[in-house]
Write a protein that binds this ligand. Structure first.
Ligand SMILES: Nc1ncnc2c1ncn2[C@@H]1O[C@H](COP(=O)(O)OP(=O)(O)O)[C@@H](O)[C@H]1O
Ligand SMILES: O=C(O)C1=C[C@@H](OP(=O)(O)O)[C@@H](O)[C@H](O)C1
Ligand SMILES: [Mg+2]
Length: 172
């Protein structure tokens, strides 16, 4: 069954857009981070603190595979790093997968993440100056993986509803 997969950098709106898209389409939504947290009964921060990022990436890959193998039609909101590890980017064009890269500029991401970083261990300890440089470098390094998505939707200067209507047009 169809899997609609939303991907992109931290702060581009995957979790928010996926939830609202689910409400509108009545297709169930699963946030990969939340599935991981429920599986090990730890927050993302706790996983990074107690077990480290390698352990998280292994869990992320296994859980992503499980969601893709489920028999139902679902919307999956990935974590920002999911496409970039364990060859997960190759799963973005599997049969039945509709992958959509929510593309945001550095300015858009910076504006959203500056006050929204405490639950994101990769940037939680970055100050304002470090954040912009980190996002710019990290986004550049990851763009190859994000660009493997079947579709790309720019989210800059758009409301949540405008982004949703762009996605609905793709799905029509
Ligand atoms: N189109 C939008 N316009 C303004 N703010 C947005 C938009 N989409 C998401 N946000 C906000 O950006 C932040 C990050 O959104 P989130 O869904 O957590 O992103 P991700 O899951 O990609 O990291 C949240 O505070 C959310 O409310
Ligand atoms: O970019 C990343 O490597 C990560 C993004 C996070 O998800 P969001 O993109 O929803 O913040 C979460 O998976 C973890 O903190 C790692
Ligand atoms: Mg998210």
């Amino acid at each position: 069954m169809k899997k609609i997969v939303l991907l992109g950098y931290m702060g581009c709106g995957k979790s928010t857009i996926a939830q609202k898209l689910s409400n509108i389409t009545e297709i169930p939504f699963l946030d990969l981070d939340k599935c991981i947290e429920n599986k090990v009964n730890l927050t993302i921060n706790e996983i990074f603190d107690k077990h480290g990022e390698i352990y998280f990436r292994k869990l992320e890959h296994e859980t992503f595979l499980e969601l893709l193998q489920s028999p139902e039609e679902i919307i999956i909101g990935l974590g920002g790093g999911t496409p970039c590890y364990a060859d997960n980017h190759e799963l973005l064009n599997k049969e039945g997968v509709i992958s959509i890269y929510l593309k945001a500029s550095i300015d858009t991401l910076y504006g959203r993440l500056l006050h929204n970083k405490s639950k994101r261990p990769l940037i939680a300890d970055k100050n304002e100056d470090e954040m912009r440089e980190f996002i710019a470098t990290h986004l550049f390094e990851r763009s190859f993986y994000y660009n493997q998505a079947k579709y790309k939707v720019s989210v800059d200067e758009k409301t949540i509803d405008e982004t949703i209507s762009d996605i609905l047009e793709l799905l029509a």
